[in-house]
Ligand binder design. Sequence first.
Ligand code: NAD
Length: 546
Amino acid sequence: MSAPLALSGFMGAGKTSIGRRLARSRGLVFVDLDVEIEAAFARSIPEIFARFGEAAFRAMELRLLRQALALPDRVVALGGGAVASPEARALLTRDATWVHLAVPFHELQRRVRADRDSARPLWSDPEAARRLYDARAPLYAEAPLQIDAEGPPDVVARSIASRLEGTDTLARRPADHPAERLRVPIPGEEYDVVVGRGLEGVADAVGGVGDGPIAVLTDWNVGPLHLDALLAALRTTGRPLVSATLPAGEEHKGMRPVLDAVDRLLDAGWQRRAPVVALGGGVLGDMAGLVAALVLRGVPFVQVPTTLLAMVDSSVGGKVGVNHRRGKNLIGQFHQPALVWTDLAYLDTLEDRELRAGLGEVVKTALIGDPELLARLEADPDAYLRRDPATLADAVLRCCRVKARIVAEDAHERGRRALLNLGHTVGHGLEVVCGYGRLRHGEAVAIGLVAAAALGSALGVTDPGLTPRLTSLLSRLGLPTQAPAVDISALANAISRDKKLKGDSLQWILMDETGEAAIRALPVHRLQEHLAQLVAAGVLEARGGG
Ligand code: NAD
């Protein structure tokens, strides 16, 4: 176990890039406090300031800082102003190894000018930026470890690591987990899901799929962290390797990157038996799977999931696809992988917010098909949040077992497989109306699960005790249970355009009296009324008379 490390610095000092590198080099979790605050409010930082004011922002920042420092094995990047509060400085001094990244003002100004994508309004007024820099200097000076951060991020990260050598900060995480293998018995398309820790065996497993070259597709966040290691392992297969990096994030999950990757493979003279490997989360896996389904009408496909969500859900089952401006995942295919290689070590670099989003799908799966998993989540949610290796391995295996069972019965979603859409009717609608990327998919599903429970109990089909029970569990897992304010008519439109419309009915998944998930067709003309019931139950909030 390693004591938490906190990085402070003025805007542009490199807290995120240096923090990520440090965390990755030691197998620690990286936490970006600004990202956590945005998740807690489900809004961007400028929106939080505009709507709730700075005091609310700082109060949340302090609360989340306290939470982040209570957990071991973390590198925490602070927001530029986090040190303004005396309580925050006291916490940093007491509960963390507080390292300040010192960068002269002229260098920060140079970096901001060079970074054309940077939207940092403060820098539009350099005088104001200078005043703030001077005002914060004495606060930053309280950090016991001052690091010259003028150089490139790799060099600064190495110099921090060497200054902390021999202390219990940045100590390596131990623990390996032996591989387990389970079979997804889809008739004629069976495949294995291998769950373990470490890349040993990956070359044999992937090398056993198809023939000829291997293409590894990844995204621009996962690539710099994990692509080289996977390619190095696959090189021992002796097969030619091709790799391509697609954009990351739900807002980029569309046909453009898919067609670019298809071009790339066809230009390389791709062959029918040459596999495509997806190294990434659910967004990348869904896009890479569609590439594999389209090239030459289908080439072998391997999933190497790197988020918890992808490990517990999207990598298994063969649904691949992308979003369309009219809705989520409206373009797609069924294309089963030939292998799912789940290396739990990838979770070491995943941000906390993304881990929690994955837990949204874990709760969904537990509700649908694993009461024991639900009991374990309720008994000790912290074990999941602090990433206890055996707990996460158990969750991944249990979820894959449930999913394998359901998709083997109904690979093309003609019936029972729709149960896996529990929480997705409202969840997908919220993702669309909030704008892709604002709510993580797993966060939208968490709100959708509460919505399904609340609607079910309003309609008299679900035990009324389920809504408070779920709300409590999801909150303890750090997941949202109420949607941000949205235009309810726009939400109704988005829901009715989703794939769940059959004739005049919408297919909802609701829990029945016995606690089983069941498919219910509800008339689409009553959708507004159902959403009003969810507003009354406090799950949804209507914006501006919506
Ligand atoms: P994601 O793929 O966007 O990953 C989340 C973020 O984490 C991204 O920025 C990514 O670059 C980054 N990331 C991934 N792995 C990382 C790692 N190991 N270290 C550091 N950063 C990492 O999101 P997701 O939550 O994995 O997937 C959500 C998507 O999955 C949605 O589009 C949803 O529709 C889809 N989905 C599909 C199915 C299915 O059956 N096909 C099921 C559930 C969800």
